[in-house]
Ligand binder design. Structure first.
Ligand SMILES: [Zn+2]
Length: 251
């Protein structure tokens, strides 16, 4: 860890009364969740077009069996515990150092770690929703995992259950909320995202054209490194350890 860079981050955060954090896959790989867009990720091995042709709303509606055969194999991860980084962010929120987390991840780990103010723009795979509009009940993934049929049905009304995640062809969740949160931030900290996925990457870009206080903590380069006030390369360390050290220096 570069001590000087950490000091710079600490002084920026210390004077901020509205720090918003944006997280991507990088924070969840530290909890053991595969990065779908990473080198061995499903998007690379199968090809993004193929994944998109199944994980999309019209396949779900037309052929839920085909959708679920794939979904259960790839996206239905077994229960995973939050990483140190998730826990640090929850802790920093409790101390008033972080106002909100906007995440692209669908694993629900921020909530599980105790973060209260989370906007999950791609939804949460931990939850399923009944597609019968008049029912609309939510179920936990634990409960759905116990259903033996490939296509899970609502125990109440028999409607098909849909993972509460944003499929291709669907609008993201909390679009306006996420954008407002980011644009109102005094300091924006991007963690574990190379900032390639829109619209979140667009919000960060928009923020950085109006303000300067963009901090990036990531393994490898991102599309916004040039605009960052401080970029911290995770390297052989971990995001969790870096956040722990920042929090410690904040006193
Ligand atoms: Zn139902």
């Amino acid at each position: 860890m570069d001590s000087k860079l950490l000091d710079q981050v600490v002084s920026v955060l210390a004077s901020s009364n509205n720090t918003v954090v944006v997280t991507g896959a990088g924070i969840s790989t530290e909890a053991g969740i595969p990065d779908f867009r990473g080198e061995k990720g499903i998007y690379r091995t199968m090809g993004e077009d193929r994944v998109m042709s199944i994980i999309n709303i019209s396949t779900f509606q037309r052929d839920p069996k085909r959708f679920y055969e794939f979904y259960r194999q790839v996206f239905d991860f077994p229960p995973v515990e939050p990483s140190l980084a998730h826990k640090m962010l929850a802790d920093m929120e409790k101390k008033g150092r972080v106002k909100a987390v906007v995440t692209q991840n669908i694993d629900g780990l921020h909530e599980k770690a105790g973060s209260k103010n989370v906007i999950a723009v791609h939804g949460n795979a931990d939850r399923f929703i009944c597609t019968r509009r008049r029912c609309g009940k939510y179920y936990s993934s634990d409960l759905v995992r116990e259903i033996k049929e490939i296509v899970p049905e609502c125990p109440e009304c028999g409607g098909i259950l849909k993972p509460d995640v944003v499929l291709f062809g669907e609008p993201i969740q909390g679009y306006i909320d996420a954008r407002e949160r980011i644009m109102a931030a005094r300091v924006l900290v991007v963690i574990g995202s190379s900032l390639t996925v829109y619209p979140l990457a667009g919000f960060v870009k928009e923020f950085s054209t109006f303000y300067q206080d963009l901090i990036i903590i990531n393994k490898g380069p991102t599309h916004m490194d040039h605009a960052a006030l401080v970029k911290i390369e995770v390297g052989d360390s971990s995001t969790g350890k870096i956040l722990q050290e920042i929090d410690r220096r904040l006193g």
